[in-house]
Design a protein around this ligand. Structure first.
Ligand code: FAD
Length: 461
């Protein structure tokens, strides 16, 4: 298995090579995929010296859900929606339920997930553990803010129902805690009311980064969802030119007459599967420059009220199964940072460095975040987040990203643990001022260090 679920649920623990979505640092662990929470408790009791970590659908980009030489519990068979209140929109589910499952169950009754990352192939456990954000962060915050409670199997084997009101410390260490406080078994999620399964989208093309920042600042409050795609290789007067898409769920009257018959229809499909035989180097500064140019030119200068499906608007990459393979066996590194409001020059400076270095990223996304939450390691803060995908073999990438880290740190920002593959431990500590509080919670909960991942060892989390 790589990046996926074990094919069966045998109780023997095969040694399996696991990697994150970027495929850069595979390691081998003993993997089990329990079908029942009681089996999870047994696996926890029997854990060896290298500890264990939980894994959902393996969509974090690097090694948060890997444990070299230790154990990994995959939750994809813990995939029951236990109860769904169609009046209140509350779903109680096992932690291996995917956001796609929640959409399939909730949409017919008019409920959508409260926060969706750029893929719906993530589990509820993974969404809580990384406290994921979506295009609506500026109005809805991140995923954990919509969790009413979660059942946590603590490292000492005790199961505990944790609510943000009654146990804020443990809740907010677990939300964003990258699986290091224990194993989330179940959770209750408040979904969001929608009248249709389509989004009414406005698109604008901007000339440069300054116009993009201004446009997002001025218009974000008019939309529930917004994001900018950027051409990271554009230079000079075009630096950071963007295509900004903003939208809200459509009303039934917005739909074409044929779609009004079934306004909540949701039929997710991946139309294509990328084969696993792409050469390293296909995605490079030349091919990305061409693709960026074409993407920018193809976008309308200004278009209003286009009706898009959930898949097109929220999860365009899910249309190609295993699209990460196009980077070849060398894989790619995603780099995502956030800087506070007022640090707009840091965004501009980052783009100047990236374009000067000709470091190619096709999936380059800028978003304005609303306020952060109480998560000790939650990533979002009020400000600007920029995410980029670089082929791992890009010349000079390590030095470039180190220099970006330094600027982000100086601006009071941080990088995202669900994406990170290389930040220095000392730099990370400066970026997350509540890291010591997080470590203190872990020391109390897990003095023997049972919960462990490649990420936690690298960064001493
Ligand atoms: C195409 C793509 C787009 C993305 N877009 C976004 C985005 O817009 N916003 C965003 O925030 N993220 C985004 N991500 C990242 C992704 O949402 C997160 O990494 C998420 O955590 C992945 O969930 P998963 O189920 O695959 O978890 P995994 O990757 O398997 O694990 C992630 C972390 O969660 C922990 N974990 C998983 N299950 C449990 C559990 N039951 N109990 C305790 N800990 C658990 C793991 O230990 C690990 O630390 C994107 C990823 C991809 C591939």
């Amino acid at each position: 298995m790589r990046n996926g679920e074990p094919s069966n649920g045998s109780t023997a623990k095969p040694r399996v090579v696991l990697a994150g979505w970027g495929r850069v640092e595979p390691t081998v662990a003993c993997v089990s995929a329990p079908a029942d929470p009681s089996q999870v408790a047994v696996a926890l009791k029997e854990v060896g010296a290298r500890g264990l970590i939980t894994r959902g659908l393996g969509r974090s980009y690097n090694n948060a859900a890997q444990n070299d030489g230790g154990e990994v519990i995959v939750t994809t068979r813990l995939n029951k929606i236990i109860a769904f209140d169609a009046d209140l929109g509350v779903a109680v589910c096992e932690s291996g339920v995917s956001l796609e499952q929640l959409m399939i169950s909730g949409l017919p009754a008019g409920w959508f997930v409260p926060v969706s990352p750029g893929t719906r192939h993530v589990t509820v456990g993974g969404a809580i553990a990384a406290d994921v954000h979506g295009k609506n962060h500026h109005v809805a915050g991140s995923f954990a803010q919509h969790v009413q409670w979660l059942d946590l199997l603590q490292p000492d084997g005790q199961e505990r129902r944790v609510t943000p009101a009654e146990e804020p410390r443990l809740f907010w260490a677990t939300a964003g805690g990258m699986g290091l406080t224990g194993i989330i078994l179940r959770a209750a999620i408040q979904l969001t009311r929608v009248q249709t399964s389509r989004v009414r989208v406005d698109t604008v093309r901007t000339a440069d980064i300054d116009e993009s920042l201004e446009y997002l600042s001025a218009t974000d409050n008019s939309y529930s969802y917004s994001v900018a795609w950027l051409d990271c290789l554009a230079t000079g007067a075009h630096l950071g030119r963007s295509v900004i898409t903003s939208g809200d769920f459509a009303k039934p009257d917005d739909l074409a007459p044929k779609d009004r018959q079934n306004p909540l229809e949701f039929r997710p499909v991946a139309r294509l599967t990328a084969p696993d035989a792409w050469p390293n180097g296909l995605i490079n500064r030349y091919t990305v420059a061409l693709a960026n140019e074409a993407w920018y030119r193809k976008a309308p200068r200004r278009r209003q009220g286009e009706i898009q499906t959930i898949s097109t608007f929220f999860h365009p990459l899910d249309g190609i199964r295993n699209w990460n393979r196009v980077y070849g066996s060398a894989g790619f590194r995603q780099y995502q940072f956030v800087v506070p409001v007022g640090a707009e020059p840091t965004i501009r400076a980052a783009l100047e460095r990236i374009s000067r270095a000709r470091a190619p990223s096709f999936v380059t996304v800028l978003k304005r975040f609303g306020p952060g939450n109480d998560g000790l390691l939650s990533f979002p803060m009020a400000g600007w987040t920029l995410a980029l995908d670089f082929p791992a073999h890009t010349p000079g990438l390590a030095a470039l990203l180190d220099s970006l880290d330094a600027n982000v740190l100086a601006a009071g920002g941080r990088v995202y643990l669900a994406k990170d593959s290389r930040v220095a431990p000392g730099t990370l500590a400066g970026m997350y001022p509540r890291l010591d509080e997080f470590r203190a919670v872990r020391a109390e909960l897990d003095p023997a260090g049972i919960m462990a991942s490649d990420l936690s060892r690298r960064l001493s989390l």
